[in-house]
Design a protein around this ligand. Structure first.
Ligand SMILES: [Zn+2]
Length: 316
């Protein structure tokens, strides 16, 4: 799953990142100067963001919108992995990334070994409240780590995050409650959409080139029919055995797999081959990516669009 392209974009990402922190430093300097001028010693420390906002850092972009929506105007949310082409599985952070995490007020990590560079960094950080999405949703290391696609994990994470925001800024508790209620409303409408589509997708056997949509397919009542050997090999970032690839292709050809899910962000020659077999066998395909595409501004909207895709595709 590692490719040169991934490494190149990672460098670009770092460039953008350091530029951002520079802007931030200038911003802090201006605030500091203003504080001296007006003699208002209100203790703007490293842990509070601009204008008294709670300084929130998320490890991966999948959780950024949730953090921003609930934090609203009272939180400054930064994502370490902002670039869609950077693979969280393989990411190697810069010291500046670690510094961001360890000096924040609230940190949201995905957990379940997806972003272990972030969870490890937080082990030595004191005074930072950590929200671990997987932990909040009852998912442990070794289980599927793509937790943002699970409705129950999203809800548990939002709840845990709200509690930490209120602790960080008790005066804004009421505001955060309102933001949270608004978020819940959106998630509830996604629940409705999911339940409606589930009537069509329930029980449908699917195969996946990579297990990114596991929880989403589960919420849609679908059955994972990906050959176990193939799935395990992909999970371990190794090449599936020829026999497992053949089994996968056979299931597509004989109709045991009714729908194929392709993770376009982790596509190698094997995945491309499986996709070709699906096309030749007229098995419908749902394409998605690991991180949130830039055209979406909200995790809920992104998942809603995917639920729509599943409906359209399974209706073929
Ligand atoms: Zn993945």
């Amino acid at each position: 799953m590692r490719n040169t392209q991934g490494f190149q974009t990672r460098t670009t990402h770092r460039g953008i990142f350091s530029m951002r922190s520079m802007t931030r430093r200038i911003g802090v300097a201006v605030v500091a100067a203003a504080t001296v001028l007006f003699g208002a010693a209100c203790g703007v420390g490293s842990q509070s963001g601009a204008e008294g906002k709670v300084d929130v850092v998320v490890s991966v972009n999948q959780w950024k919108s949730l953090a921003s929506e609930i934090g609203g105007d009272k939180a400054e949310v930064t994502s370490i992995l902002a670039n869609q082409n950077v693979e969280a599985h393989d990411f190697e952070p810069q010291p500046s990334d670690i510094a961001k995490l360890t000096t924040a007020k609230v940190v949201v990590v995905n957990g379940a070994d997806y972003d272990s560079w972030a969870t490890k960094a937080m082990q030595n950080a004191s005074g930072v409240a950590v929200v671990n999405a997987a932990k909040a949703g009852g998912i442990s290391a070794g289980q599927n780590p793509h937790t943002w696609f699970s409705a129950s994990v999203r809800k548990a994470t939002a709840k845990a995050y709200l509690a930490q925001l209120k602790k960080a800024a008790p005066d804004d508790s009421h505001y955060f409650d309102e933001q949270y209620a608004a978020w819940q409303k959106k998630e509830a409408s996604l629940d409705e959409a999911t339940a409606a589509v589930k009537k069509e997708t329930g029980g449908v056997a699917y195969g996946a080139t990579e297990s990114v949509a596991y929880y989403l397919a589960k919420d849609l009542g679908m059955k994972d029919a990906t050959p176990t050997g193939y799935a395990q090999a992909v999970e371990n970032e190794s090449e599936p055995a020829p026999g497992d690839i053949k089994t996968f292709q056979g299931k597509l050809e004989n109709g045991d797999i009714k729908l194929l899910i392709v993770n376009d962000q982790e596509k190698n020659s094997t995945a491309t081959m499986i996709e070709k077999t699906a096309k030749a066998s007229k098995v419908p395909i749902v394409h998605l990516s690991e991180s949130m595409p830039s055209k979406y501004t909200s995790l809920v909207t992104w998942v809603e669009a995917l639920v729509d895709d599943f409906e359209k595709t399974s209706a073929h």
